[in-house]
Design a protein around this ligand. Structure first.
Ligand code: GUN
Ligand code: ZN
Length: 438
């Protein structure tokens, strides 16, 4: 165990966090930005966040103040969709989704039958998340229960708030990656019993996507979801046109691809669906009505040629929305790079994401999509002190650009368009420094 931190510590720098969705306008009352701010952390939880001049007089004499002047502190990034077993095949050259799965994703996942490989990859993966300032993620394992044991053991040893699950798939995939409706139910139940709610960990019932599960398996996933309403559901929907067509052929009775999941009881609060590109307005209404959330995965959607998420339609429908890197279909662990690509995807559909809303989506918006905003995603008092310190000078070009950016919004925008892992100066978990170069 690490040595216990002094119970009270303060961090001084520019602070940014959100009280709610800042919307699409430039004037954004939900934004809390303090140029010379102070974040006060007590026993791993946020005690206060405000202008330094407001909080300094009340700090106890001798309280330790960590000086991050000139840098930006914000709640840790939240990645609402990522595959840890695809770390080793990120950036694999392929056609589109279904070929990419056959040629690269499935063979890479085969290696996770080996618990040693799963443990080693989990370590690297979590290091990489922290190096990129990501403090919570919703994570696919593989079909092997041991892949989830390995991941959770690593996450627990670092005191991380992480969500993961064993993949359910019993058809239309290689024999070596199949479970059955029965074994998937049994193994998921055992993993829920063992890990859900242990420390900061949560379990996610994880049918890969409708085409790799039989009706019997989706039924058993729905049964698990009903038996464990607090547990997450995590899957993919409406990513690629061939995939959509195939799903419709396999489940002709369903109104739409999304409707397949609803029929099996898999649309509800704490259900998160990656991509949600090829939905119609009724699907979007069903997402909103049931409380399910979309994980928008811009780098992946561009890389695999899947399509462009419709932010305006999602907004009109009031859909919960977070951002995902979708590594290894996605091409970067960096939420900053993901924000840049998300901005461009929205532009291509005639929608402009403000810098405020972008950073909101990567923090509190993600927490709301996961239903965890009472614990993470902001600097409201009582939240867990998972936060990131961003440098505004991580490359010569960014340092130069900051000199001509005058407002905080201009600076944030340049940072998200140009920044990457090099901008992450330090990452803190429950007030403990977990990674840092600053
Ligand atoms: N659909 C089903 N499985 C996958 C996967 O591993 N990655 C992506 N991007 N889409 C999927
Ligand atoms: Zn995915």
């Amino acid at each position: 165990m690490k040595a216990r931190a002094p119970s009270l510590r303060a961090y001084r720098g520019s602070l940014l966090h959100f009280l709610g969705d800042p919307g699409d306008g430039d004037a954004a009352p939900a934004v809390q930005y303090f140029d010379d701010g102070l974040l006060v952390v007590e026993n791993g939880f946020v005690k206060a966040a405000d202008e330094a001049r407001m909080l300094l007089p009340a700090l106890p004499a001798g309280a330790q103040i960590v000086d991050y002047a000139g840098h930006l502190l914000l709640p840790g990034f939240i990645d609402t969709h990522i595959h840890y077993p695809q770390t080793d095949m990120i950036a694999a050259y392929a056609a589109q989704l279904l070929d990419w799965l056959d040629d690269h994703a499935f063979p890479a996942e085969h290696r996770f039958a080996d618990a040693g490989h799963a443990a080693e990859c989990s370590r690297f993966f979590l290091d990489e998340l922290l190096r990129n300032g990501t403090t919570t993620a919703l994570v696919f394992g593989t079909v092997h229960p041991s892949s989830v044991d390995a991941f959770f053991a690593q996450a627990e040893s670092r005191n991380l708030r992480m969500i993961a699950g064993k993949v359910l798939m019993d058809r239309n995939c290689p024999e070596y990656l199949r479970d059955t409706a029965h074994s998937g139910y049994r193994d998921s139940s055992a993993l829920i019993e063992k890990w859900d709610g242990r420390g900061r960990l949560h379990y996610a019932i994880t049918p890969r996507f409708a085409v790799t599960s039989s009706e019997a398996q989706l039924e058993s996933a729905g049964r698990l979801a009903a038996e464990h309403p607090g547990v997450f559901v995590h899957s993919h929907v409406a990513e690629n046109l061939k995939e959509v067509k195939w799903a419709r052929e396999l489940f002709p009775q369903a109104r739409s691809y999304l409707d397949i999941y609803e029929r099996f009881g898999l649309l509800r609060e704490r259900a998160v669906y990656a991509h949600c590109i090829h939905l119609d307005d009724e699907d979007r209404q069903r997402m909103t009505h049931t409380g399910a959330a979309a994980a928008v995965c811009a780098t992946s959607n561009l890389f695999l040629g899947s399509g462009l998420f419709d932010f305006a339609a999602a907004r009109r429908a009031g859909m919960r929305t977070g951002l995902g890197t979708d590594v290894g279909g996605g091409t970067s662990f960096s939420m900053l790079r993901t924000l840049a690509e998300t901005y461009k995807v929205a532009q291509m559909r005639g929608h402009r994401l403000t810098p405020w809303r972008s950073f909101y989506l990567a923090t509190l918006g993600g927490a709301k999509a996961l239903g965890l905003d009472d614990r993470i995603g902001s600097f409201a008092p009582g939240r867990e002190a998972d936060f990131v310190v961003l440098r505004m000078d991580s490359t010569p070009l960014i340092a130069r650009r900051m000199k001509t950016a005058h407002t905080p919004a201009e600076k944030l925008f340049a940072l998200m368009m140009l920044g990457d892992d090099r901008a992450v100066g330090a990452t803190y978990i429950m007030g403990e420094r977990a990674w840092g170069s600053l």
